[in-house]
Design a protein around this ligand. Structure first.
Ligand code: C5P
Length: 296
């Protein structure tokens, strides 16, 4: 299964809920960086084993801390069967990078196991299982562009025209999503937090395929917290803007920084400038929207 990364073009974060999550207005866009997840048969009683290769794979847990393992076990339990499978993850999505790599692996594992075991799980059930695994997992399955409400798992499709050109500045090491949310809460203190609402101008920019209008509306409420935890990201954002990006922002909870470019040539030049700037580990140019999880 090939599963895309995401960038949040709008991440509006509400107050903390009684369950510890935050209500969101989360506009997801799937982008052309992919993990590949494969499932191979394992003998009776073998359980679920996982191997991983690619950049940062030494930081990927190979036990139940891996969301792909939990996905295989959840699907097996749903069908009352043993979770005997050998999963392999070839990573290209930055690990703990704010681009939903772990969620992508979970969505990929669900589909790969469903195909291997012949369990033919209906799409709406797969989406329910995804939501139980994590807030971003349903979006990894569907891809494209979507508005996520609730904690991000309640999706409605968002229409998009044309192709948007992005450059991602990859950082060394990751950031912990719960830590970034906690830092966001601390920074807000006791101030009242408005209900998160999707931005109509941003949705119009996506619908019309207008990169300049989208650039003007990119917004991430987690960005100040991510910058406080990783101050060097301010240099990365400044380098991208100086090199001609239409706009830049921290992707999700970071530390990957995302830059919108006017076209493919501008994106290639921006990626080269960012790499030369020394403010990131690597820079990758790609396009959006990308398809959701597909057999590949
Ligand atoms: O849903 P997921 O397991 O990906 O969330 C990871 C962590 O991110 C949660 O444990 C929580 O700390 C934080 N989170 C949140 N509000 C959301 C989504 C995630 O506080 N809407």
């Amino acid at each position: 299964m090939r599963v895309p990364a995401k960038v949040n073009v709008q991440l509006a974060v509400g107050g903390v809920r009684p369950d510890g999550f935050h209500d969101l207005a989360n506009v997801f866009l799937a982008v052309g960086l992919y993990d590949h997840v494969t499932a191979a048969p394992a003998g009776p009683g073998a359980g679920c084993a996982v191997t991983c290769e690619g950049p940062g794979s030494d930081r990927v847990p190979l036990d139940r801390g891996n969301l792909a393992v939990r996905a295989a076990e959840l699907l097996a339990a749903h069908h009352g069967r043993a979770p005997d499978v050998r999963l392999h993850i070839a990573k290209d999505i930055p690990v703990a990078g704010g681009m939903a790599g772990g969620s992508a692996d979970a969505a990929g594992a669900l589909l790969a196991c469903d195909a291997l075991w012949g369990t033919a799980t209906p799409r709406h059930v797969l989406l329910e299982l995804c939501a139980r695994l994590g807030s971003d997992v349903p979006f990894s399955l569907v891809g494209g562009a979507a508005l996520g409400r609730g904690r991000g798992e309640l999706l409605t499709e968002v229409p998009v025209s044309g192709t948007f050109h992005w450059v991602f500045a990859l950082a060394d090491g990751g950031l912990s999503t719960p830590e970034v949310y906690r830092a966001c809460d601390r920074r807000r203190g006791a101030a009242p937090v408005p209900e998160p609402e999707p931005d109509p101008a941003l949705l119009a920019a996506l619908r019309e395929g207008d990169p300049r209008a989208l650039a003007a509306r990119l917004a991430n409420d987690l960005q100040p917290a991510a910058l406080a935890l990783r101050p060097s990201l301010a240099d990365t954002l400044a380098a991208g803007r100086a090199a001609g990006a239409l706009a830049g922002l921290v992707s999700g909870s970071g530390p990957t920084c995302a830059f919108l470019a006017a076209d493919a040539d501008a994106a290639a030049a921006l990626a080269a400038s960012l790499e030369a700037s020394g403010t990131c580990r690597a820079a990758r140019a790609t396009t959006a929207p990308a398809s959701g999880a597909v057999l590949r």
